[in-house]
Design a protein around this ligand. Structure first.
Ligand code: SF4
Length: 336
């Protein structure tokens, strides 16, 4: 236990560098109905047997423990969360947890037209939608599926339902979709939508190399040749650099984990779909909370395992090349 994890903070999620953790990303499945090359290793993955996945009782119990330790924000991820059967029921159970301020989800929108109303009624307020191209053929190339129409219908439905926050996650890859910076800005100009350009990150066998990273600085310079952007104030632990777009409804952001990392103010923990806690996206070490539960472990036991994992959290992620070489889960097995 580090000096920050002293008796006074025993129930707080404070790591060895004094960072307080209030944001938990829960992956509810490793399965997905798309095959994005930057997320799914090109050799594919072996889907987990359903018995290995956390069930809804276990997810709710763990969420309650984390909230009792200071988590205020939960994001549901996957794979693709909407492929998990009866997901709106889980959303309802989580949004009823006292002390939880913010329940959000990241989706590829393939099933959003069908589920948007149900998840909004159940308690999802903040929606991030992955969309890496506005060109149907190119989107098919990136995702491995002919998905443009259902994704666009899903986005249309989300706007119609009126989620308080809708963000588009665009993984920007040099030589793949870098010529669509302006198109995405035009797409959000008249919509209450934030477009987030995400620097390409290395995960297991996702064809990453440094030449394919289009940096925040490069993107900003290109965008400012045509648009006027003004920086917006960010939350202390925000991962994105936000900008207002003069004369537009939409806003623009950049997630800069490769060129300007934000580890110093990291407040994030991750729970994998098979119940392991990861203190850092790029740090391979993890601790199984599922096994502790299934062995009859108490909430105190779970809290101790969480504190143990947090005590080992690194100060920052290593250089990109080291991340690329590390034996870590694939992105689809973590949920980003
Ligand atoms: S790389 Fe790890 S420490 Fe850095 S911001 Fe991401 S999760 Fe936090």
């Amino acid at each position: 236990m580090s000096k920050h994890q002293n008796k006074g903070n025993r129930n707080r999620l404070i790591d060895g560098f004094g960072r307080e953790h209030s944001y938990l990303r829960i992956s509810v499945t490793d399965r997905c109905n798309l095959r994005c090359f930057y997320c799914m290793p090109h050799e594919g993955i072996e889907w987990l047997d359903k018995s290995k996945l956390l069930n809804f009782d276990e997810i709710e119990r763990l969420a309650r423990v984390f909230v009792s330790m200071g988590v205020e924000k939960i994001r549901l991820t996957g794979g693709e969360p909407l492929v998990r059967k009866e997901l709106p029921r889980l959303v309802e159970r989580l949004s009823a947890i006292e002390g939880l301020k913010y329940l959000s989800m990241t989706t590829n929108a393939m099933l959003l037209e069908q589920y948007a109303e149900a998840i909004a009624e159940a308690g999802i307020t903040h929606l991030n939608i992955s969309l890496d191209s506005l060109k149907p053929d190119r989107l098919e190339k990136i995702t491995g599926r002919d998905c443009f129409d259902p994704v666009m219908k899903g986005i249309g439905k989300a706007l119609a339902v009126g989620f308080p926050s809708i963000k588009l996650n665009v993984v920007m890859i040099a030589g793949v979709n870098e010529d669509e910076l302006f198109d995405f800005i035009e797409f959000v100009k008249d919509k209450p939508v934030n477009v987030r350009f995400i620097e390409f990150m290395p995960f297991r066998n996702n064809d990453w190399n440094i030449e394919r990273v289009l940096s925040y600085k490069e993107m900003l310079e290109r965008i400012e040749t045509r648009y006027s952007l003004s920086p917006l104030k960010a939350e202390p632990s925000a991962v994105a650099k936000d900008y207002a777009l003069t004369g537009a409804k939409g806003t623009v952001s950049f997630v800069t984990s490769m060129s300007d990392s934000f580890c110093g103010s990291c407040n994030r923990l991750r729970l994998t779909s098979d119940g392991s806690i990861k203190s850092c996206l790029f740090y391979p070490a993890e601790v199984s909370l599922r096994d502790a539960i299934r062995e009859g472990g108490s909430d105190k036991k779970i809290e101790d395992l969480i504190q143990y994992c947090l005590g080992k959290k690194p100060e920052a992620h290593p250089p990109a090349e080291e991340i690329a070489a590390a034996e870590n889960r694939a992105m689809i097995e973590i949920g980003g």
